[in-house]
Every structure is written in C-alpha cells, then in structure tokens.
Design a protein around this ligand. Sequence first.
Ligand SMILES: NC(=O)c1ccc[n+]([C@@H]2O[C@H](COP(=O)([O-])OP(=O)(O)OC[C@H]3O[C@@H](n4cnc5c(N)ncnc54)[C@H](O)[C@@H]3O)[C@@H](O)[C@H]2O)c1
Length: 464
Amino acid sequence: MDISKPRQTVDESMNQLSLSPPDKPSFLTGTVRAPGSYSQPPKRALKPFASEDIKILLLENVNQSALGNLKEQGYQVEFLKSSLSEDELVEKIKGVHAVGIRSKTRLTRRVLEAADNLIVIGCFCIGTNQVDLEFAAERGIAVFNSPYANSRSVAELVIGEIICLSRQVGDRSMEIHYGEWNKVSNGCWEIRGKTLGIIGYGHIGSQLSVLAEAMGLHVVYYDVLPIMPLGSAKQLSSLHELLHRADFISCHVPASPETKNMISNAEFAAMKNGSYLINASRGTVVDIPSMIAASKSGKLAGAAIDVYPAEPAGNGKGKFADSLNSWTSELCSCRNIIMTPHIGGSTEEAQYNIGLEVSDALTRYINEGNSVSAVNFPEVSLRSLTEADTNVVRVLFAHKNVPGVLRQVNEILVNHNIKAQFSDSRGEIAYLVADISDCSSSSLETLHSRLESLPGKINTRLLY
Ligand SMILES: NC(=O)c1ccc[n+]([C@@H]2O[C@H](COP(=O)([O-])OP(=O)(O)OC[C@H]3O[C@@H](n4cnc5c(N)ncnc54)[C@H](O)[C@@H]3O)[C@@H](O)[C@H]2O)c1
C-alpha cells in the first residue's frame, strides 16, 4: 500500500467518499518484522524494575493515533479532552510516569515538583515553551515534541497558493462573494515554466521543491548550508541571486536574529517586477510594511502570508486587528494578497502523524531508555536487546554532569560484563545507558539501591 496516500473509504450512510488517516507507517512505529522475514533477531521487550504499571496522562484531546499506540503497549492511559489548570495538574500528575500535552497546558516548576514519578513529557505539537524545560531536565524528565510531522501539509498549501496567486484567485473569489463578476485574463499566468526560489531548503523547502518540479516549475534555492538538491533543483550561492532570478519566492527558514526582516526594502528592490512572495515560515522573516509598499508599487504582483509578527492567542472575530499589528488594515486593503491564520501545518494528517511520532518517542524512552530527539536532555540510544540477550539488564542513569560520577557508576557495574555503554551530557545533565550481562533478577535490588545512593544521581531506571 502506498503510505503517502490517505485511504479512501465509502461512507455508506452518506454514500460519498471520505478520507481516513493513512495507515501507520512502519518506520514510525518501530514495529519489528515478523521472524523469518528479515535476518534480524526479534526484539526483546524489557520490563521496568521497581516501578508499578506505567501510567500515562493525555490532555488536550491529543490525536487518537497516540491513544491507540500507547494502549497497545499495555500502559494505563487516562485521556482528557481539555487542558487542566496548574492547581488541578499538581493533584492529577502525582503517580503519573508520562504526560502528553499540546500547547495550552503549562507544565511549570510547581507542577513538575509535584510530579513524583514523572520520567517523560510528550508535547503533541511543535512548540515546547509551555514546559519548564530546564527544570524538567534537572529532575531527569526528558521532553519530546514533533517539529516536522506537518512539513508536507505546509508544502502542499504553498503549492496551492502559488497557483492561486498566479491566477488572482483570492481577489476573484472575494469579488464574486460580493456579487461582482470579473472575468479577466490580464496578469493571470500558468505556473509551468516559471521559476520558484526557495529560501531555506530544510524539511519543508525540500518537500516543496519536489512538488513544484512536478508542476513544471524550475526550482532554485538558497540555504546557509550546502544541501544536496532534489530532482533538477539548483542551489544558489546568494539570496540576492535567488531574488533576481525567481518569479515566485517562498520562505522556509527558522526565526533567528539572522532571518529577522530577511525580506525587506533591499530584497524587494532586488526582485523582478511582478514577482510573488509567500511566507509560511515565521512572522518575523518578512518586513510587512516594506511588503505593503512593494505591493502598492507593483513590484510584487501578489503575496501569500500565513504567519505574522504578532498572532492572536485564540480564534475569534475581530482578533486580527490594528491593535495586534499596526499595519493590519493596510495589509488587508492590498490587492492579490492571500492571508491565512497560521494554518500551514494544520491538517488531519499532520495531527495524526504528530500523535504517532510523539507517542513512539514516549514508548522508546519508557521501554528502552532511548532519548534521541529529546529537546532538553542528552540524546542517547543503544541498539535494542534481542531474545538472545538473556540475563542482560539495561541501566538508565541520569546524573549531574560533574567529575567522578561515571567512575562511581562503573565501580558498581564492575562485576558484570558491560555489553554496551553510551553516555552523553547536555549542560548540567548527563545520561548513561549501559547493557550489562550476567545479571540475575535477585541482584537487581542491590544494583538499583547502590546506583540510587550515588551523590550525583538524578534518577535510576533498570529494564530487564
Ligand atoms: N506555517 C506553519 O504552520 C508552519 C508549520 C511548520 C513549520 N513552520 C515554519 O517553517 C519554517 C521551516 O521549517 P522546516 O521544518 O523546513 O525547518 P528546517 O529546520 O527543516 O529547515 C530550515 C532551513 O533553513 C535554513 N536556514 C537557516 N537560516 C537560514 C538563513 N539565514 N538563510 C538561509 N537559510 C537558512 C537551514 O539551514 C535549514 O535548511 C520554520 O520557521 C518553521 O517554524 C511553519
């Protein structure tokens, strides 16, 4: 089955086609192939020592894909549709091993102090500033998010906007909504054979490149890093060369001091007359007053803007106003400007994929201690243990990044054969994962209490 396509099903009651989320891609599930289908031996499922059943609290109606995934692991999952206040969380988080949130739940220092069993947090979204990341790391709590699961959704929106701008669809649609019939071809173009300039050739920029070439566009891109082109795209050595060559310019860079007002008066001056600008990256990247001037002078034939320097905290009428950004009304009065409320990544598929990605990260951390892609914690991974690894125990030890701790740990592990060991640090926190063999279940308690007694310890977990 082609996993890139959503399944089409016939909804009999409606007698029409409906879209259901795609099957869970196997690369996201970490699923082990059936024995015999591949030469790798089956993965051994590890159990936590000195810990009761894993309890997970999911808030803010995270996608059902996450709920299914976590229940499949046998965890006890409590699922709430809404967020909780700080006071409610302080009570609710007691005894919980993992908590899943979106952007509304604030995991403050006070909440984390009350979290007596918490080992991991999943942010089922892109941002993580709703969590006190530093304090979480100090408590040995790893935090995961999903920054790239919506890349395709953004790239698809941009493709749609390129066509809509080129055909002035936004203006025609608005006019006809108000009863005006305006059938014109003047200034309306096919996109085939035109040049798209992509600024920032990362996850989204490169997806866009592939889609754009399939539509007959020539693609050039500019990135601070040398990046292998996809298809026939060409990397250019300067931003100004791109601005000079492109008919459509699309920004896909992060917010940073270097990208603040990256497209301003000088950059509009360098563009071809009648070019189009798209920004679905971050609101600080394009200097909007300069863009309004370029639109009014005819330098720009159109623009599509999905992100703004200041954005309303919630949905509602009258929220996008001059009180938010002083130029709002002027921007709204420009011709052929498509404005959307930061919906580039807002699709059912993206939510579904975020649910899978973050719940997989939680599962890998809980079951194997794998912290790769954590946003606040040292990133450590050891290969999975297999059925052949009998009497092997995995030691997960988060500790203060101070001299001498590893020596003390290894003194405790010295009577075992260390099959594999990996340690890394991030700021003041270090994390060690070690697989030790010849470890009987009767020695686990002693091992656990000796590691727990080390002065630099943050938390200890043993998986066997
Ligand atoms: N509109 C939305 O809903 C939405 C959704 C997802 C992501 N985004 C935003 O889109 C942007 C791109 O996301 P991504 O996932 O592709 O990021 P990414 O990190 O994969 O790619 C960013 C690319 O920009 C390049 N870059 C950084 N600084 C640069 C500079 N000064 N000049 C040129 N290139 C530079 C990097 O080298 C990298 O290749 C981000 O700002 C992200 O926040 C928006």
